[in-house]
Ligand binder design. Structure first.
Ligand code: ADP
Length: 639
């Protein structure tokens, strides 16, 4: 069966996206989305609050300007009714004559000038103009039939006539206020005042306010922006259009529709509209967006609409969105930095904890090791004490053994010594007797020679006893011995041994080695040599040819002395028991079996050794290995 994991290994590296990289990309994407989200939230909130502020401000502006429009309109409402009080006007309406007409014309002209209106005129009940303030002008209304005007029709029925329209004669737009002039209860004519309201427009333009007033037909009759004048704010049906055309209210204007590029409801009666920029006045700017607020005007069917530009607010909204996105980015960077710092601190803490843990473990291990070491130290100290005690015991036993060995050797050799001393004593007796006799005979030369021999014999006896005394003396481990002196002393001590006289001695150690000094007490070295030479003599006692080789070898800090004989050698079964105490092959009282044991222990006490060899040519060889004495500089006499 094939394992899918194995197949994955053969994928090209580009297809195996590392999980860490994928996580990083995902994180970057999320952060980008977060930044965009923050930017959008900033945009949305800023737009909402900005529009709310603009709406509140616009509401105030709308109220103020509505009051201004209302006061401008109502300023003239009393004026046509005043004509009712004029006697000449009433008489003209009752009985029109050229004289009365002229009187009223003059009166109306003066009144018009003072009131600042466009025109003031009086119509009879049929709607014909009887007198007018503009009687001098070519475009005078005088004699015109204005019965088709709505304001006339309202006023002649006793209703206040209110009308905005474009003059059919002058083509000039204006606001018409008409009033039915009564005589008693009967309406005998209509007085009309035409006023201009363009001062409002100029005021708006000066204040840089975008506003317009639409009349009952939805036609803009006043506008801060002239391009919007006489445009319909909503579509006009064909019937309405026909009616308006017939009434000539707006003269022959096409009454196009004011078409915004877009219209969006913002809730609470607020609307956002955008208009294309005027290509003549603003060729380079794009469409303008406004907040639209409308309010009906009191005492008229008109509406005032205020357009508050939104471009500043839009700019602020964009700035706020950018700020929010920037703040979000800053917070993210801060968060990432803090996270990084937290990670670093966590890593440091973990490292410190690990270090403390390792430290504690180390301290614990050290404590355990110290305890172990203390325990083993105590054990070692106890062992050292035991060893020291054992060594002391051993040393005592060894000393006693040495002493016993010495005594044994002395006992063993006493016969030989007695024999050795008896011989010179006998010789002394004989020589002294002979000397007495030679002195009696007067043979002084012979007597003198005998006395000389006697002296030599006494010296020899003295040496024998001196060696014996030194041998019996208890010595220490420390000391220094002269090899040559030790060999001489040993040979002197074994002189009385059977077979010594016929012994052929070979001193094979080099000349310079004769005065070599060894780190062992002198008498102990002598004792070892006495044992080895005496054993060799014993072994060779049965043979006529007795030869003994003493050879030495220098080995750096040690010296090796070999004592070899040409005796019968040591049989194999005997070899393994040689250094056992009280092992001897010698018959009767002759052997004690302590010689080699003692010699080996003396050598070991001086940090040396004694070993046996069995040369192939026959005989036996003992090798004594001892440290050489350290040559110290001459010590001062006061030291
Ligand atoms: P002892 O001399 O009293 O017997 P040792 O300890 O000196 O005690 O010697 C032990 C034995 O070793 C001797 O009895 C002898 O059999 C053997 N021995 C020692 N030296 C020699 C030698 N040079 N040749 C042959 N045998 C030896």
């Amino acid at each position: 069966m094939q394992c899918p994991v194995i197949r994955l290994r053969h994928l090209p590296p580009a297809l195996t996206v590392k999980p860490r990289l994928a996580r990083l990309l995902l994180l970057i994407l999320l952060l980008l989305l977060l930044v965009l989200g923050c930017g959008y939230a900033g945009y949305y909130l800023s737009e909402r609050s900005g529009i709310r502020d603009l709406a509140e401000n616009g509401e105030r502006q709308l109220e103020l300007n509505a009051r201004a429009v209302e006061s401008e309109i109502t300023k003239y409402t009393y004026l046509p009714s005043l004509l009712e009080l004029d006697y000449n006007v009433t008489r003209l309406l009752q009985t029109p004559t050229p004289y009365r007409r002229q009187l009223v014309n003059d009166f109306l002209e003066g009144l018009n000038q003072r009131s600042g209106s466009l025109a003031i005129y009086v119509l009879d009940r049929s709607g014909r103009v009887l007198a007018t303030s503009n009687w001098r002008q070519a475009s005078s209304y005088l004699g015109e039939d204005l019965s088709f005007r709505a304001y006339f029709q309202d006023a002649v029925q006793g209703k206040p006539g209110r009308f905005y329209g474009i003059g059919s004669t002058t083509g000039e737009p204006g606001y018409y206020l008409a009033h039915g002039l009564k005589r008693g209860e009967q309406i005998i004519g209509v007085a009309v005042v035409k006023v201009r309201l363009d001062s409002l427009e100029q005021r708006w333009q000066r204040a840089r306010l975008e506003a317009y007033v639409s009349d009952e037909n939805g036609i803009i009759i006043l506008s801060s922006n002239p391009s919007r004048l006489l445009k319909a704010i909503h579509p006009l049906g064909p019937n309405t259009r026909e009616r308006l055309a017939r009434s000539l209210q707006y003269h022959w204007w096409a009454l196009e529709e004011l078409q915004p590029l877009s219209r969006r409801s913002l809730g609470n009666g607020l609307e956002q509209v955008s208009f294309a920029a005027n290509p003549q006045t603003q060729p380079l700017t794009g469409p303008s967006t406004y907040l639209e607020q409308t309010r009906p005007l009191d005492d008229t069917p008109w509406h005032l609409t205020l357009l508050t530009p939104l471009h500043d607010q839009k700019r602020a909204t964009f700035s706020h969105a950018l700020l929010a996105a920037g703040a979000c980015t800053l917070l993210i960077v801060l968060g990432l930095a803090l996270n990084q710092r937290r990670k670093v601190i966590a890593t440091r803490l973990a490292a410190r904890e690990a270090l403390e843990k390792a430290n504690n473990e180390l301290e614990q291990r050290i404590a355990e090791r110290t305890a172990d070491l203390q325990a083993s130290n105590q054990r070692l100290q106890a062992e050292v004490r035991e060893r020291q005690q054992a060594e002391t015991t051993l040393r005592q036993a060894q000393d006693e053994l040495v002493q016993a060995g010495k005594l044994a050797v002395i006992g063993q050799m006493s016969t030989s010594i007695a024999h050795e001393l008896n011989q010179p004593l006998a010789a002394l007796r004989t020589l002294s007797g002979n000397t007495v006799r030679f002195l009696a005979r007067g043979a002084l030369d012979v007597a003198s020679s005998n006395l000389h021999t006697i002296g030599e014999l006494v010296d020899r006896m003295g040496r024998i006893t001196a060696s014996l005394r030194a041998f019996a003396r208890r010595g220490g481990d420390q000391g220094e011995a002269s090899l040559e002196q030790a060999v001489d002393a040993a040979l002197l001590l074994v002189q009385g041994h059977p077979g010594f006289n016929t012994l052929i001695l070979h001193r094979d150690y080099p000349q310079g080695h004769a005065d070599v000094r060894l780190a062992i007490e002198q008498t102990r070295l002598e004792q070892i040599l006495v044992n080895l030479i005496a054993n060799a003599l014993d072994a060779m006692s049965a043979q006529p040819d007795r030869q003994l080789w003493l050879s030495g070898r220098d080995d750096d800090t040690r010296y090796l002395l070999c004592v070899r004989d040409n005796g019968p050698g040591i049989p194999a079964p005997v070899r393994e028991h040689l250094f056992e105490p009280f092992f001897t092959t010698k018959p009767g009282e002759k052997g004690l079996g302590l010689g080699l044991t003692l010699s080996a222990s003396l050598a070991a006490a001086a940090s040396g050794s004694l070993t046996v060899h069995h040369p192939p040519e026959g005989g036996t060889a003992f090798e004594l290995n001892l440290p050489k004495a350290v040559i110290r500089p001459e010590s001062s006499p006061h030291a």
